[in-house]
Design a protein around this ligand. Sequence first.
Ligand SMILES: N[C@@H](CCC(=O)N[C@@H](CS)C(=O)NCC(=O)O)C(=O)O
Length: 214
Amino acid sequence: MMVLYGYWRSSAAYRVRIALNFKGLEYESRSVNLVTGEQTTPDFLRLNPGAAVPALVLNNDTVLTQSLAIIDWLDTTYPQPCLVPECPTDAARVRAAAMVIACDIHPLNNLTVLGRLRDMGQDEEARRLWMCHWMTKGLHAFQALLPTDETFCFSNAPNLADTCLIPQLFNAHRWGCDLSAFKRLTEIEARCLDRQDFANARPEHQTDALRETV
Ligand SMILES: N[C@@H](CCC(=O)N[C@@H](CS)C(=O)NCC(=O)O)C(=O)O
């Protein structure tokens, strides 16, 4: 069985959990506690020298890293149901939206960035404002890329864009960002979280969350 190294609150790992569930694939979850620094232990660095989750270990022991690369591999290897449309133009539009989140917002909001801000003397509220600033900017761009008349981000079924959006909104709620300008996105969120595949991937339903929050 494939093994997913993740952490309940990691939005990048959440993307991969959604993709695995969406495709109905079984996997074993192993938790890497980012708060205690397990991502920097020699054992984990052998899996991902980038010291970040997710990492997916395949049945033949190949290790895949980077959430978008993992999802791309899943979509190529298990094409149905698809996460990226076949038409190259549609695919590029969906990937562009996903990249607003994974490449534009996420690197500025990472744990290492937050740690650096703290070390530079920024207090909790300043760090919260930093997080919300980049999320709000990115979510405006993301929302503007979407058609306005679809049930999910780009069509009547979720795809890669929804797979990235839902974890990003989890982060936005967690940091108390004002989402009043993103009605279309929060409506999509409600529809996604009504589905079993997305709901089962939710951070609060992961075993490491249950361990940490009791
Ligand atoms: N671009 C990477 C980002 C991975 C990443 O930064 N993961 C975060 C959790 S969401 C992490 O493990 N951070 C560890 C740290 O900052 O020390 C991906 O999409 O997989």
